[in-house]
Design a protein around this ligand. Structure first.
Ligand code: PLP
Length: 310
């Protein structure tokens, strides 16, 4: 069957920018940042790669509505709403926290933006949200929206098609810098880490920096999605989450501010701040080999930053 894959454009390559400073020179390390925060104005960074094959699949199945779930600060919710608006799907977001229903003045910038992009927001109690992995949960929402052809995206957007979306990105990076040795990326659900691990060359090491504490539970799914065992070509760095998901402490904030000032590149406050903190921890602890060629993956997320920064 012919696929109508004209819907989703191939985006131009984003810059791989060298980062120079005494800290890296003295080690010595060669450091680059892959500026995927510049790939798409509304479906930014890793969310573009995770969504693109899912959007084609939705189109192929003649779905007219994308339905997904997440918390009030989920970049995946914002990206799904923007993708629907851009590519002609209706969107439904099932949001954790019924205290937000009818209280739009309490909504995060993420939720406000999702609403502005036409997303239907449904607020669930934490108890109802907990059932999200059951068949009954999906069946119930399908019957509530019986007039729509739904395409389900999992929480955080991580599935096999999301991981496959990294192949193009990695091919692009290999062209820009074929001999990189280490790559750092931020981890929420681990879908992006699985993508990098899956398509990286044998000698390359991918370090995923967890943005949440106690992230061990992610490892088996990342192994399945990447097809590679933890500790071989990839590892999960679990000491940089600071105060926990979505929170900064003094250490993560100091490293973020140092980086932003040194290079004039803005980081987001949930993911890439922790990624940079984890990288700097590894430098201070001398965990990287000398002369390593390191790529930091800027996965975007800037839409979620406080409004006065934009
Ligand atoms: C969603 C997000 C992540 C986490 O990606 P996963 O594939 O869920 O691990 C990392 N960085 C940014 C900026 C994000 O928005």
């Amino acid at each position: 069957m012919a696929t109508k894959n004209f819907l989703i454009p191939r985006l131009p390559s984003t810059p791989l920018q060298p980062l120079k400073c005494d800290l890296f020179d003295d080690y010595p390390l060669e450091v680059y940042i892959k500026r995927d925060d510049l790939n798409h104005s509304a479906i930014q960074g890793n969310k573009w790669h995770k969504l693109k094959h899912n959007l084609l699949a939705a189109q192929h199945q003649n779905a007219n509505t994308l339905i997904t779930l997440g918390g009030a600060y989920s970049n995946h919710i914002a990206a799904t709403a923007a993708a629907g608006q851009t590519y002609g799907f209706q969107t439904i977001g099932l949001i954790r926290g019924d205290e937000l229903a009818n209280r739009p003045e309490k909504w995060s910038p993420t939720l406000q933006q999702a609403k502005a992009n036409g997303m239907t927001l449904c607020f669930l109690t934490r108890l109802a949200y907990r059932d999200r992995h059951t068949d009954a949960f999906q069946a119930n929402w399908q019957s509530q929206f019986a007039d729509k052809a739904l395409y389900w995206l999992p929480e955080g957007g991580t599935n096999e098609l999301a991981v496959a979306g990294f192949e193009d990105l990695i091919t692009d990076c290999q062209h820009q810098c074929p001999d990189w040795t280490h790559l750092y990326c931020a981890v929420g659900t681990g879908g992006s880490l699985a993508g990098w691990a899956r398509y990286a060359a044998d000698k390359q090491t991918v370090i995923g920096v967890a943005s949440l504490k106690q992230a061990d539970y992610l490892i088996p799914e990342i192994e399945t999605l990447s097809g590679k065992t933890h500790g071989k070509q990839w590892r999960l760095h679990q000491h940089a989450a600071g105060a926990g998901y979505g929170k900064e402490n003094q250490a993560t904030q100091t490293d973020r501010e140092w980086f932003e000032n040194a290079f004039g590149i803005q980081l987001d406050r949930v993911y890439t701040n922790k990624m940079v903190h984890g990288f700097l921890q590894d430098i201070r602890a001398k965990r990287l080999p000398k002369h390593a060629k390191v790529i930091l993956y800027h996965s975007g997320g800037l839409q979620g930053n406080p409004a006065d920064l934009k």
